[in-house]
Design a protein around this ligand. Sequence first.
Ligand code: TEU
Length: 578
Amino acid sequence: MANEREPRHPSTAPDWWKSAVVYQVYPRSFQDSDGDGIGDLRGIMQRLDHLERLGVGVVWLSPIHRSPQADNGYDISDYRDIDPTFGTLEDFDALVAAMHERGIRLVMDLVVNHTSDEHPWFVESRSSRENPKRDWYWWRPPRAGTHGGDPGAEPTNWESFFSGPTWEWDEATGEYYLHLFDVKQPDLNWENPEVRHAVYEMMRWWLDRGADGFRMDVINLISKHPHLPDGPVRSGRRYGDGGAAYTNGPRLHEFMQEMHREVFDGRDGLITVGETPGVTIDEAILFTDPDRREVDMVFQFEHVGLDHGATKFHPRPLAPGELAASLAKWQEGLADRGWNSLYLENHDQPRSVSRFGDAEAHWYSSATALATMLHLQRGTPYVYQGQELGMTNAPFSALDEYRDVESLNAYAEAVASGTAVADALDGLSLMSRDHARTPMQWDPTPNAGFTTGVPWLAVNPNHATVNAAAQVGDPGSVFEYHRQLVSLRRERPVVSHGSFERVDAGHPAIFAFERVLGEDRLLVVANLSSVEHDPVFTQEVADRWRDSLPVLTNTLPDAPGAFDAPLAPWEARVTALA
Ligand code: TEU
């Protein structure tokens, strides 16, 4: 069939990524081609029609490099090979070629804040204090006056992202090494220029091989404050928060600009996105102001932290309008310089329809209302696999259903410190990263079309009704709605390049905004709540939009209402003047 396809020529404009939609594939859970229960590259190949139909211009692959899989590939032991679970370099080359043939660019995950402890660099580094690679990682003696390995002897009081201390005692060489994440993820020392140049060389190697860019894992954690100061200890916590010592650190932007010079200068058509937990608007501007030549955009974390309580596993419900207010703040903050990545989901977050929508009472409407506001803000939208189908959180209730290291560690720590088992499980049932990692729901067959074997993580039983086979081609589906939004961005420059102007619609639960580019304007009105609301606009806004017409097939079965008609729960409408 390949010859019958109309070739799609991706845009070559320098800021082409402003009009593209990125689709994130989590290879482990996308499509298994060999029956081992784990997704792989040949599986992705089999499903390219789905991505082409959705119309996405870029696919970002979570890590596929050789890895012991302590953190599902975010612990890399060889940067220049494919993990055998996922395939081979030949499979990779074939995948790049097949994607390019369809006009889809491919973004690799770049995990260089840390490596696996099984990476040869670390194996050398830990072999002796005199090893030339010793300084490639952060090695420190025990705190003065303590005995290495004893509780409290760690060089700093920092708590790991995955619970427990960020330091691991190495008996053989009598020092600790730093790991902000799992004990199997030692942090690289970016102060050492040899480390940086080894990373840049590896990046050029992937670009030469056909990759079109990078999503840079926790890239704003690479510059640590050299004195490694202790962090504040919140009440009831055993360890301190070291964030101030390693988030947006002193040499971060120097490193980013060096990376740009060494890797990206003189190469066209790339897309770069930094993953930056704890980034502020001012920091995000430093990262993404094009004149500074760092990255095209960053993932900020404010909106996915809004519901965190004492920890992320003690979430709180959001007040009406909280999500919209946070998103609008970032829209306005990066309006003049910089660029937003727009996302509600990824492999680390619960499913958005379960978390921000109403998966029980208003599944379809809330999935599509969230999609409307996601795709139509100013920025580059990221759709996480299954989001385009309205996939929901998994109904896990027992500990042995979870696989994720963060969840398992957080549970163990909570229970050890006196939390009731039921409460610890409640936390996971709302916030575990595994909710996003259940296998892609292709069809209603027992393993959802994902594998012929036993899936590594259970398939969500709602695949019987929520699946691609049921949705693709059905004009009333979540999938086809996403597809309309993707093509609207391609067709109307106001979506990609227009300004964002928040509009008061009289109630905090209604997220309303205009997009404006010259004479072209769109009005987006989304009721982000499960109750009906009657929008009330200012006279000026009402006059402007009086004769506007819908540009999308409405999310609800009834005929689309006028721009100011009462909004059903989770109703979203988009109108234009011409
Ligand atoms: O995540 C970094 C991060 O800050 C969090 O989202 C993290 O996943 C955790 O949930 C905090 O509660 C990136 C990757 O996306 C994640 O999958 C990796 O586990 C992590 O870095 C380490 O590489």
